[in-house]
Design a protein around this ligand. Sequence first.
Ligand code: FES
Ligand SMILES: [Fe+2]
Length: 441
Amino acid sequence: MTNGTQTPAAYDGYYRKQVAAPDMMLCGVGRGTPGGEYLRRFWHPVAYLSELGELPLRIRALGEDLVAFRDGNGEVGVLHLHCCHRNTSLEFGIVEKRGIRCCYHGRLFAPDGTLLEIPGDPNAERLMCEVSQGGYPVHVFAGIVFAYMGPPERIPAFPMLDRFDIPGVELVPGVRFELECNWVQIKENVVDPHHTNILHTIPQRRGVEHFADEFEHFPELTFMETPAGAMYLAARRSGDNIWIRSAEFFGPNIHCISSIFEAGASPKDATPPFMTFWTLPVDDERSINFYISHVASEETMPFEKRRALEIFGQRDDRPYAERQYLPGDHEAQVGQGPINIIALEHLGTHDRGIVMFRRFVRQGIKAVSDGKDPKGFYMPEVDLPPTFANDRVVPVDAIGGSPNDPAVLVRVAEQVGRDYLQNPPMPILKADRSANAELPA
Ligand code: FES
Ligand SMILES: [Fe+2]
């Protein structure tokens, strides 16, 4: 039913549609669903290595209950949670030198799921050839455990991005950011630059230090596809400079950002990476961001302070009243509901990145449904494309136009984006830092 008018009316609540179905074609993560099969073509973070100790770790990924452990040889296993004998949970298992032993009748499983022992069974040798525990290939990188839950005959290269080996930049594992919502709305946030100068400036407007003050100026925006996803470029004036900030998703589950403390104060071509995130779709209505901090040797902020500012607003760890007064990404994303109902949205001019992300995922889902590899899937490591999240700062007098003209700033952002696609920023940075002898490698 409508109110019979074309223009929005005041006090229109009674006529406004409030219920619609979520787009499960886009948002579903379970096994056998189109979205779930798509996601199963990529490496997903499942735990921090530091979480694997004497006891097994119960985890959930892509709607599957799993157990993760690190055996006495240092090998990490990610196996189906329920023991293949009589289905008890391996979260109660015993981590041993060569694998994990079920607490119930003592079957011992190697990290790859093969059976090593069936204590007391006279037919153990035969059974061990016939039965195994479901398991997934594992890759450990920068203190994060990743699992590949797709068809084992098509394991993609682990995406070793060009930003992981910058001279003088250390990779420090982060903490879990657990979010009670679908993974899609978390990733959409990455190519939603409009929110950085609203949501992330609420703290500074209310007297609390967080992002650099310069974020409060509305940037001029452009968005571009990249080989493995999309990036935005946001151009703002900062004193005598134009500061162009970019962030990107490397589809489907990685995103990269540059420093939240950048203020565009001095000209530069490329800046050290700041944070790289991998989002785990836990199930349809829960997700976890795992991340690394890229810590450059020249950073002056004490790491403890930086870490606290990274975490601020990303977890459900503050009193409700404080979360209302100083909301962060966690509040904004979970606030959209467990699965954001796209049919009830009314997108604006700056939401092009969100549209690009959804198109990227939908095309990937279709590709997998059609038996093809999705965009962002790379088997050989040499095919992995570069990344683009960066801060470029150029002097106002070098842009060939008025720094106060939005059209000029958009043009500058577009030029920088095109330049990145030809000359990615991380190799520039690597060359600069390799040449700089005083930076420790
Ligand atoms: S249920 Fe695991 S060994 Fe019996
Ligand atoms: Fe954000």
